[in-house]
Write a protein that binds this ligand. Structure first.
Ligand code: G6P
Length: 623
């Protein structure tokens, strides 16, 4: 959600900042801007729309310098416009980029206006620029922990700390002051920020991906940290203002720098990567001999898991759907009661915590604001322990949880989640099997592990059906509403299918448990409303077939995703896509894939921006 990049170097930083913005654009793309210091001048350029629009603008302007910050925006306060785009300036001497929300921006704005500051935008961010300008102008040279630093840096830091002390809400900040052509200030509270270490140059970014073209060495700022970054040094301070050491971490996915390759969109590439990343996700969790490797969860995990009597899962969006599928597994295979809730509701509820309940978060990014807040709440609420199932090592969720279970999907750039979802499902099924290992018995355990191992090859077979799915997609392009039906664990799979379709094709799609059809949604069915069913050959298939007849009897057009042995043939109003028959345990993972392809091809026919759908962002780091 918004992207920040900054650089302090001996070379011109503008190309580094623009490349960083391009790499971050999937996080927010309604406007972009850059501010660079050069020979005592602050140059700032901003443009509405995607980063390419800013790039075109910069071709006509000579924006060059050795210190700069840049931003790509996903609007929260103030509509997308040039005036609201970051960086925001104060008195042509301070520039600020910001991710997050300053909750007390209104009183701060009134206070600053009373001091004579004029505001030029509707954003919450502009208060930071003026506040910092105010404190810099009024701060005397104070002694602080920067004993070895020159006096001007002390003043800069004192003003920065005074500013941070006034802010309520969430922020990742990058700040420049014209009198300090070597210094980049940054801070993190509730929104991620990393410092990248190069050779005689330093960078900042809201996501390491932004900087992989210049470094693979990163320092992850912790909550409340702020830092003074220059070309040759980076000094980090904690909330109390004490200088601290944070480890330098090498970026693990350095070899997978996100490129589209020959694919038309990142989403398509990511759909096709699923066999490989599912294999990678399983690889560190099951030994060559088929033994479950509980140690990947963290030291002491096994003893702790033996005490688990219930599971509470909390997550958002697609990750929430993964949790809903897992509930069927945890209850059906491991015999553990499980509740699943969206984080934005859970975090404000007065929860009753049953004894020995494991608290599980699921998140692709590990930075989703509501999920993180729910975790922090849970840590005070008396849960047995916390587990993060996550795709990003070093993310806030991973760092703040007792146990971690990594998915290895690699960077996911398409806003609509695909490979992150199926790897979450695989990790959740593995985790269920681990929790239920004593209950399941050796033979069943071995069968389930074999099901997991066979899955990547079965998904290859589904991907080969893409031309047939593309043909089905043409039935949707002119429609405005769609219904998705499923039963059991395939009800949340249907929910995820509906979410994919609305995210990228803007067709209204709703999912229903097929048994609920006659309690309302059947009233909507006519031949203008396609009904998609997720119907593997499991114990509920016969019941689902009756639901199909109910739809057909009202003239509805059915698109059924079924197994080869389902005994359903194409006919008037029946369009079937036959998938390989797989075991019930992994069927929800397999059946997710054709629904991803269906949405993708509908979006292609409609001509929408598949990877960057309107109004959405990849990582939602604001509440
Ligand atoms: C956003 C993304 C979704 C994602 C959700 C939760 O809405 O567009 O794809 O499922 O956030 O994100 P997380 O990173 O916590 O899985």
């Amino acid at each position: 959600m918004c992207g920040i990049v900054g650089a302090a170097s001996l070379r011109n930083v503008t190309p580094i900042l623009l490349e960083g913005l391009n790499r971050l654009e999937y996080r927010g793309y309604d406007s972009a801007g850059i501010a660079v210091l050069r020979e005592g001048q602050l140059q700032r350029e901003r443009e509405v729309g995607k980063v390419a629009a800013l790039e075109s603008l910069l071709e006509q302007r000579a924006v060059k310098g050795q210190l700069g910050i840049a931003h790509t925006r996903w609007a929260t306060h103030g509509k997308p416009s040039t005036l609201n785009a970051h960086p925001h300036l104060s008195n042509a001497s301070v520039a600020v980029v910001h991710n997050g929300i300053i909750e007390n921006h209104e009183p701060l704005r009134r206070e600053l206006e009373a001091q004579g500051y004029r505001f030029h935008s509707d954003t919450d961010t502009e208060v930071v620029a003026h506040l910092f300008h105010y404190y810099y102008a009024t701060t005397t040279h104070q002694q602080d922990s920067l004993n070895e630093a020159a006096e001007p840096a002390q003043r800069l830091m004192a003003a920065f700390r005074a500013t941070l002390g006034r802010l309520h809400g969430a922020y990742a900040l990058g700040v420049l002051h014209i009198e300090h052509p070597d210094s980049l200030l940054c801070a993190r509270m509730g929104s991620p920020l990393v410092v990248g270490e190069g050779s005689e140059e330093h960078f900042i970014a809201s996501d390491p991906l932004a900087l992989l073209q210049v470094t693979d060495r990163f320092i992850y700022l912790e909550e409340g940290d702020h830092a003074l970054v220059s070309r040759d040094a980076c000094r980090i301070f904690d909330t109390a203002g004490a200088q601290v050491d944070r480890p330098i971490v090498r970026f693990e996915h350095g070899d997978q720098i996100a490129e589209k390759g020959d694919y038309r969109h990142f989403m398509l590439k990511e759909i096709h990567e699923q066999p490989r990343v599912l294999k990678a996700t399983l690889a560190d969790k099951v030994s060559d001999e088929g033994r479950l490797l509980a140690s990947v969860l963290g030291a002491e995990a096994e003893a702790l898991l033996d005490r688990v009597e219930q599971v509470q899962i909390v997550s958002c969006g697609t990750s929430y759907h993964a949790g809903l599928v897992a509930r069927y597994w945890l209850e059906g295979l491991a015999g553990l009661p499980c509740s699943v809730e969206v984080a934005s509701e859970f975090r404000y509820r007065h929860v009753v915590v049953p004894n020995n309940t494991l608290f599980v978060t699921i998140s692709q990014s590990g930075e989703t604001a509501d999920t993180l807040a729910a975790l922090r709440f849970a840590k005070r609420a008396g849960y047995l322990a916390t587990l993060a199932i996550c795709n990003v090592p070093g993310s806030s969720l991973v760092r703040e949880s007792d146990l971690r279970l990594m998915t290895h999907a690699g960077p996911e750039i398409g806003v609509a989640s695909t490979k992150a979802f199926t790897t979450q499902l695989l990790a959740l099924l593995w985790f269920t099997v681990l929790l239920g290992r004593k209950w399941l018995g050796e033979q069943r355990l071995a069968e389930l592990i074999a099901d997991l191992a066979a899955l990547p090859a079965q998904i290859e077979q589904v991907l080969a059906l893409e031309p047939d799915i593309a043909a089905l997609a043409t039935r949707f392009a002119s429609k405005h509403h769609t219904l998705f039906l499923g039963r059991g664990p395939h009800y949340p799979v249907a929910m995820e299918g509906a979410l994919k379709l609305k995210e990228i094709s803007y067709i209204h799609a709703e999912a229903y448990a097929a048994g609920e059809l006659k309690h309302g949604p059947l009233a909507l069915v006519d031949d203008d409303m396609p009904v998609v069913t997720v119907a593997p050959s499991d114990e509920l298939l016969e019941k689902l077939k009756s639901n199909l007849q109910e739809v057909r009897a009202r003239g509805g057009q059915l698109i059924n995703f079924i197994c080869e042995d389902a005994g359903l043939e194409d006919g008037e109003g029946f369009h079937n896509l036959k998938l390989p028959k797989v075991s019930d345990s992994v069927a929800p993972i397999l059946f997710s894939v054709p629904l991803q392809l269906l949405s993708y091809h509908v979006a292609l026919v409609k001509g929408t921006d598949v990877d960057k759908p309107r109004n959405l962002a990849k990582s939602v780091t604001v509440e």
